[in-house]
Design a binder for this molecule. Structure first.
Ligand code: FES
Length: 129
């Protein structure tokens, strides 16, 4: 498999691995085709993502793209983070073999799920007031 230097570097030294103890939102997402899963936790300050951590039970490409994604979303608003596409992540890691694109999709799907959960919880709190 032809991996970019950045993927190899991020796989060997991933950033933001773990669980945020004071997370506002934590989600799990799975890829039914390969069976791998990822957990993503986010900490917000108003609508800005102040911290992000992930646990990957997947392959090297998933670890690398999730690591890159958590770096890309820090200090971004929910709207800005929602604008990040799987192609943006792929570009940042120096490209992905086409059979590994779904590993980056798994990471971005987890982000989308986490942001939706954050928005749902915000709406819920607003309606309780
Ligand atoms: S093969 Fe499953 S996440 Fe990469």
């Amino acid at each position: 498999m032809d991996y970019s230097d950045k993927i190899i570097e991020l796989f060997e030294n991933p950033k933001n691995v773990g669980e945020l103890e004071d997370a506002d939102v934590t989600v799990q997402e799975g890829d039914p085709t390969c069976g791998d899963t990822i957990q993503l936790s986010l900490k917000f300050e108003n609508d800005v993502i102040k911290d992000a951590k992930f646990l990957s039970f997947g392959c090297a490409s998933n670890i690398a793209t999730a690591s890159q994604l958590t770096e890309m979303i820090k200090n971004k608003t929910i709207d800005e983070a929602r604008g990040i596409t799987v192609q943006d992540v792929e570009e940042e890691v120096g490209g992905l073999p086409s059979v590994k694109m779904h590993c980056a999709v798994l990471a971005t799907n987890a982000l989308e799920k986490a942001l939706q959960k954050a928005l749902d919880e915000y709406e819920e709190r607003k309606s309780e007031k």
